[in-house]
Ligand binder design. Structure first.
Ligand SMILES: [Zn+2]
Ligand SMILES: [Zn+2]
Length: 363
């Protein structure tokens, strides 16, 4: 069979609420680019949102999946050869606009994103064009690191982008609202930044129980608050002897409007809006004087740069972020709907889709 006729299995989102597993033509290797045989792709909350409601930056039909690792099947660039194990940073950028020139590639004016505006990793194969190779979208996975662990580079890189923007530093106290996979990555990352106290809050007891049971990996989490049962303000103030915290990270889609957050910050404190808010509930009511007199800041963060992606891959390879603790399900592509359902219902932490052709890989 010629490459032109070759088919692959892919999960295609036709429109919101219509995700289908289909056999479609396999992409070809673009000139100067690579064709990748997918090994592992992780399900993210953004995928759930896309399936349920669509997404601002999504066009259809689209193969979702932006947390991707695989093996080079065909290479038309000297940088990679067949068999290389790689992790993909999902932003394919121009490398030339004013943001790219400053290394802020997540703000590229012409960005294409895997699983959003370009086909992603919920398929057996995907292609990366020459400009993706040039701008650092394809990263070699160190020998001993598994595909499933390397897949966390993308979400961890987004956390690096957030924590850097929020200027998390040595000695900071950090409140993370949302104890899902992203909240846990942020907690582990904040620890590597030298945070001295980490408080995590969630409404779901099972998520707090998970964090509690993972104390070995999340050593700096000193306090867990169930916001379904107790007042966030009161619990944070009690835990910090009425001083408040240096940084608040919103790692959940609900709640920004619901919490009187600036009051929980010390002078010069920062609030990081890491997660997007529901469109119908995105308006924030903030007392400007609390920001002014307290020299406090509200900061947004979205996506990650190629450089942050490389940093994240290195942190994972060095064992500094125990991502394996967050893998609670590994499923074949055929079970993607069940995986998305679990993520939607917040059952378990991270679900990884494993691809058949990589089974038997001993790592
Ligand atoms: Zn994601
Ligand atoms: Zn650009």
């Amino acid at each position: 069979m010629s490459a032109r006729e070759a088919k692959m299995k892919a999960a295609v989102l036709k429109e919101p609420k219509d995700l289908r597993l289909e056999k479609i033509p396999r992409p070809e290797c673009p000139p100067g680019g690579v064709l990748i045989e997918t090994a592992a792709s992780a399900i993210c909350n953004a995928d759930v949102k896309m399936v349920d409601k669509g997404h601002k930056a999504l066009d259809y039909p689209r193969i979702l999946g932006h947390e991707v690792t695989g093996k080079i099947l065909e290479s038309l660039t000297e940088q990679f050869e067949r068999g290389d194990r790689v992790q993909i940073a999902p932003g394919i950028v121009c490398g030339e606009c004013e943001f790219c020139q400053q290394g802020l590639t997540n703000n590229c004016e012409e960005i294409e994103i895997l699983g959003f505006t370009r086909d992603g990793g919920f398929a057996e194969y995907l292609s990366i064009p020459a400009k993706g190779i040039k701008t650092g979208a394809v990263n070699s996975i160190p020998d001993k690191l598994s595909f499933s662990r390397a897949v966390f580079s993308e979400p961890l890189a987004c956390c690096i982008n957030g924590l850097d923007l929020a200027r998390v530093k040595q000695g900071d106290s950090v409140l993370i609202i949302g104890a899902g996979p992203i909240g846990c990555l942020q907690a582990m990352l904040a620890e590597t930044y030298g945070a001295k106290k980490i408080i995590m809050a969630d409404r779901l007891e099972r998520r707090l129980e998970f964090v509690d049971s993972e104390k070995a990996a999340l050593t700096k989490v000193d306090c867990l608050i169930n916001t379904g049962r107790e007042s966030l303000n009161r619990a944070v103030m009690k835990e910090t002897a009425d001083r408040g915290v240096d940084v608040i990270i919103l790692a959940c889609r609900q709640g920004a409007a619901a919490y009187p957050l600036p009051e929980l910050l010390k002078f010069r404190g920062r609030i990081l809006l890491f997660s997007g808010l529901p469109a119908e509930d995105a308006a924030l009511e903030v007392d400007g004087n609390l920001l002014h007199y307290g020299e406090k800041a509200l900061i947004g963060a979205y996506g990650c740069t190629a450089e942050q992606n490389q940093k994240a891959l290195k942190l994972i390879a060095e064992g500094k972020i125990a991502v394996d603790r967050l893998i609670t399900d590994e499923i074949p592509l055929e079970q993607i709907s069940q995986g998305i359902k679990k993520a939607r219902n917040k059952i378990g932490m991270k679900t990884i889709i494993q691809f058949e052709h990589q089974k038997g890989e001993i790592i």
